[in-house]
Design a protein around this ligand. Structure first.
Ligand SMILES: C[S@@+](CC[C@H](N)C(=O)[O-])C[C@H]1O[C@@H](n2cnc3c(N)ncnc32)[C@H](O)[C@@H]1O
Length: 324
């Protein structure tokens, strides 16, 4: 049998993630976060996000299997996915659990705000986040010593017993967040909110935010990844993202002292993401941009639009209006 290559360290492999992953030895990453293309017609520079339905589902199973092989037995695996393929993805994870390769732990709903303004149906304001761990969790284990990283105190939030009822029984270390994630400003590092705006739930990154770099259509907020990386990995662990995009997962991993590894089909995205992650690794600070950098004047549209939804979907997505 051919020997497998060692995966690169603190780097992004350019090209198809399945080919890269299959060339690496099994059990070499501790935490995987995957935010694949959703097959809804997003405009990427090199990937066509509008595949035949069966083709997309089979491809999803293939990359999930490749990730599962790469995970250490005590590793953690998160998948962020939209409504369109959440069911198929969940069914496949169930099969992997039957095969004793993964243990499913939570179906998290990330409730985001901003960015939608439909005209004839409800605005979509959520994505699905599946949380699984490796097969070490099939063995007997105690809550105090799980066989996977679970840094409860690093992500605990103040409970209502603490903040509202002054209840002496409250755990002074707070409680674990619910499985619907709002990520309030007091739990984020980012600059999404001004001091008097504490009622927003974690927004998608809108174009004017300093964190929004402006060259990738689906950049996730760092706060979302921060919770995952803090909870499910330790310093020095390897955090892997098969669909790097703008590099959010790896930037957060670098900032929190983890090693990082990713795959990205587009050489241009990979180069820019690498620049972002290396900036964070060198300075400890998230990369930020100004409105001027992005060519935005307050109250006026951008001179050159950011890459966004493909025009060919306009006819298909009945009821969808302009972004708010
Ligand atoms: C939803 S985006 C990821 C966004 C990322 N989470 C972020 O915060 O910027 C998906 C990315 O997967 C990349 N991609 C598509 N097919 C791929 C493949 N087979 N292997 C590696 N990357 C791929 C696309 O180029 C795109 O940048």
């Amino acid at each position: 049998m051919a020997r497998k290559n060692r995966p690169p360290q603190d780097d992004i492999a350019v090209g198809d993630c399945i080919a890269s992953m299959n060339a690496w030895p099994e059990g070499c990453v501790d935490l995987i976060f995957a935010d694949p293309p959703y097959n809804i017609g997003y405009k990427y520079d090199q990937y066509e996000d509008k595949r035949d339905d069966h083709d997309y589902v089979n491809w999803t199973y293939d990359w999930i299997d490749a990730c599962t092989r790469l995970l250490t037995p005590g590793g953690s695996f998160y998948i962020l996915i939209g409504d369109e393929y959440a069911a198929e993805t969940r069914v496949h994870l169930k099969q992997l659990e039957r095969d004793r390769r993964l243990v499913f732990r939570n179906w998290i709903v990330w409730h985001y705000t901003f960015g939608q303004n439909t005209r004839a149906k409800f605005n979509r304001s959520h994505a699905h986040l599946f949380y699984c761990v490796g097969p070490a969790a099939f063995d007997k284990w105690q809550v105090k010593a799980p066989p996977f990283a679970f840094n409860r105190d690093a992500i605990a939030v103040p409970s209502a017993r603490q903040t509202t009822y002054a209840d002496a029984r409250a755990n002074p270390k707070g409680k674990l967040p619910d499985d619907t994630w709002y990520l309030r400003p007091q739990e984020t590092q980012g600059e999404y909110f001004k001091a008097n705006e504490d009622t927003w739930y974690l927004s998608r990154l809108c174009g004017t935010f300093k964190e929004r770099l402006g060259w990738h259509p689906c950049q996730l907020p760092e706060a979302l990844l921060e919770r995952i990386v803090r909870l499910s990995s330790h310093e020095g662990d390897v955090v892997f993202d098969p669909f790097v995009g703008s590099g959010t997962t790896l930037a957060v991993a670098a900032r929190l002292g983890r090693r990082w590894l990713g795959c990205e089909l587009s050489d241009e995205y990979a180069a820019k993401a690498l620049e972002r992650v290396r900036h964070v690794a060198a300075t400890g600070e998230a990369m930020q941009t100004t409105l001027t950098d992005k060519g935005i004047e307050r109250g006026k549209p951008k001179k050159k639009a950011e890459p966004h939804r493909s025009p060919h979907l306009r006819g298909r997505r009945r009821g969808a209006g302009a972004a708010s």
